[in-house]
Design a protein around this ligand. Sequence first.
Ligand code: ADP
Ligand code: MG
Length: 245
Amino acid sequence: MTAAISSDSLRKSFDGRAVLRDISFELPAGQCLVLLGPSGCGKSTLLNIVTGMLQADGGELWCDGQLLDSSARAVHRPMKKRGFAMVFQDFSLWPHMTVADNVAFGLRVQGVRGAERRKRVADALEQVQMDELADRKPNTLSGGQAQRVAIARAIAVRPRLLLLDEPLSALDAKLRDELKVEISALIRKTGVTALYVTHDQAEAFTLAARASFAPVLDSQRGVWSHLGASFNYRENAYEYEKSRG
Ligand code: ADP
Ligand code: MG
């Protein structure tokens, strides 16, 4: 169900300006890889290549032994066929649909029907404690509630890969602290493979430490050396260990 994702030397330029240079990562099935880097370093560009929204200029993207993206081999597997789900910074709920219909939408597309669909929607909303607000419209929700719904919508379809693009950055500090712990627990509980992007170091360490899976960055493979040049994973990890005693 849940998939292993890897990339080899992905490259992307916009208007002749290189944004991604030789980005390689490995994300084993069921693990959570947290990618940390400053604003503008190319995090969303990389996620958009993984989802299939964008095509890389070079390099390869693989999922469970299947090639998803390679311009050299003229392969670009369509977004809909990848079976991934994304949680966005701005929630991106459909405003004209209720909470329950937002969560049900992807299940409809998958052909999940009737009682099974209702059960999956209820389960997903319960996981994020939003089951009591199932009939609300998004514009009546707080930011934190809206993001919970977006997370429920993403996990309801049982994605092979869950992508989260700075899911907490539109929320206030208290809510960020609560939700980062909850998201971390949810990722572990569902066992979904997750690719989590943030510019917030504390958030990155919470996700990586609590999910206790993959490292924040794989500096040995130089994964983020081009993306987050200002950040050195190993030194910061050491500081983090020290501060925890
Ligand atoms: P991050 O998500 O890390 O903040 P992005 O991936 O959004 O960074 O953007 C990386 C760089 O690429 C930025 O300089 C941004 O302006 C540029 N960029 C992103 N998308 C496009 C695009 N479609 N056209 C031109 N430039 C873009
Ligand atoms: Mg971004």
